[in-house]
Ligand binder design. Structure first.
Ligand SMILES: *[C@@H]1O[C@H](CO)[C@@H](O)[C@H](O)[C@H]1NC(C)=O
Ligand SMILES: *[C@@H]1O[C@H](CO)[C@@H](O)[C@H](O)[C@H]1NC(C)=O
Ligand SMILES: *[C@@H]1O[C@H](CO)[C@@H](O)[C@H](O)[C@H]1NC(C)=O
Length: 217
């Protein structure tokens, strides 16, 4: 049933915030995230993420003609939020608004800190399940990447940016697919099958999950 699936995914986002609260004293937190003990940074963005998950689910369910839909709203939101770091003006506003963030509600720095905290929590080693997420930005080699952008995507989003020669589509495909294959412990191979010569950017996000899944009522 589609509805139980969307609840499962929301639960994942919700649980991760819960875990973040109990792990707030963990020494692994980096200075930049500065979660205060009672309101970890990811609590602030949780309602927006939930709303984004619902809106996206509505669109996907409407467009899909199958019964089950499997998607990761957190992965999609994370990829777009990291991309927003490299944008300005209207594009910038549109990405954040598309994710349900309104500048007047949460200062932008806190949005990014929220994602940073969420990713740290999700990627924390856990005995019962293995979960790893990551994202890579493949950007045309003719575009010069600003150091500040590279630092921010790395520090806040555990994301890597690569310079890619998209004119050489075979090499570009190989670069992207190797990245995904490594990140998913060889579980996803040849993700990208076709790549347009005119591409200037590929935004790739993977999520590797290994654990027992129980059926929800
Ligand atoms: C469902 O959608 C897929 C892809 O959009 C399409 O190939 C397929 O024919 C559709 N099936 C039905 C029963 O509409
Ligand atoms: C942002 O929120 C404020 C206050 O809730 C509202 O007045 C404004 O229209 C919103 N802006 C957008 C772009 O949604
Ligand atoms: C990019 O790829 C094209 C096509 O293979 C090649 O002709 C060109 O020399 C490459 N550019 C660089 C800077 O490697």
């Amino acid at each position: 049933m589609p509805s139980s699936i969307s609840w499962g995914l929301l639960l994942l986002a919700g649980l991760s915030c819960l875990a973040a609260g109990s792990l707030a004293e963990d020494a692994q937190e980096t200075d930049a995230s500065k979660p205060d003990q009672e309101h970890p940074a990811c609590h602030k963005i949780a309602p927006n993420l939930a709303e984004f998950a619902f809106s996206l689910y509505r669109v996907l369910a409407h467009e899909s003609n199958t019964t089950n839909i499997f998607f990761s709203p957190v992965s999609i939101a994370t990829a777009l939020a990291s991309l927003s770091l490299g944008t300005k003006a209207d594009t910038h506003t549109q990405i954040l608004e598309g994710l349900g963030f309104n500048n007047t509600d949460i200062p932008e720095a806190e949005i990014h800190q929220g994602f940073q905290h969420l990713l740290q929590t999700l990627n924390k080693p856990n005995r019962q399940l293995q979960l790893t997420t990551g994202s890579g930005l493949f950007i045309d080699h003719n575009l010069k990447l600003l150091d500040k952008f590279l630092e921010d995507v790395k520090n806040l989003y555990h994301s890597e940016a690569f310079s890619t020669n998209f004119t050489n589509t075979e090499e570009a495909k190989k670069q992207i697919n190797t990245y995904v294959e490594k990140g998913t412990h060889g579980k996803i191979v040849d993700l990208v099958k076709d790549l347009n010569r005119d591409s200037v950017l590929a935004l790739v996000n993977y999520i590797f999950f290994k654990g027992k899944m129980s059926q929800s009522a």
